[in-house]
Design a protein around this ligand. Sequence first.
Ligand code: HEC
Length: 133
Amino acid sequence: MRKAVLFGGAAAITVLAGAALAQVVAPPAEVMTAGQDGYTRNCQVCHGANGEGGIGFRLDGNPIMQSSAGVVEMILEGNLNHGMPPFGTLSDEVIAAIATYVRNSWANSYGLVEPPLVAQIRANIAAGGGGGE
Ligand code: HEC
């Protein structure tokens, strides 16, 4: 009996999580356009026109996309030892747009990333901390 109650609870949580996902608001078209432009210029060569991967990991359906901070930190810091260059020279706006684009293209649908988050993670990194993953 006790087990059945626990399973019931888990099912309710799953339904709630599903409802939360369904509520993701599509980002503004102009942010997606700017993000696609930035992606084409800076990322496509390694991650593919459709996020399918190549030199870099597949971004389409990649679970890292769930974390806006994780994606922003990766763009800012890269992982040069593993072949991912840092893009900290791009502006907060451009990085936010690229992060928005990769998190809302192909199978990914996780909503808008705004420039203040990029500024905050940039400051954390400059202070010697991580990006908040
Ligand atoms: C020169 C090739 C190259 C370019 C250009 C590049 N990446 Fe990468 N990227 C990689 C490699 C290689 C990895 C895997 C690094 C590792 O092993 O941690 C990676 C990893 C990542 C990850 C983490 C994926 C995961 O599963 O951990 C993200 C997110 C990412 N890149 C986004 C971007 C974005 C956005 C851009 C453009 C601003 C970009 N990359 C440009 C090569 C590249």
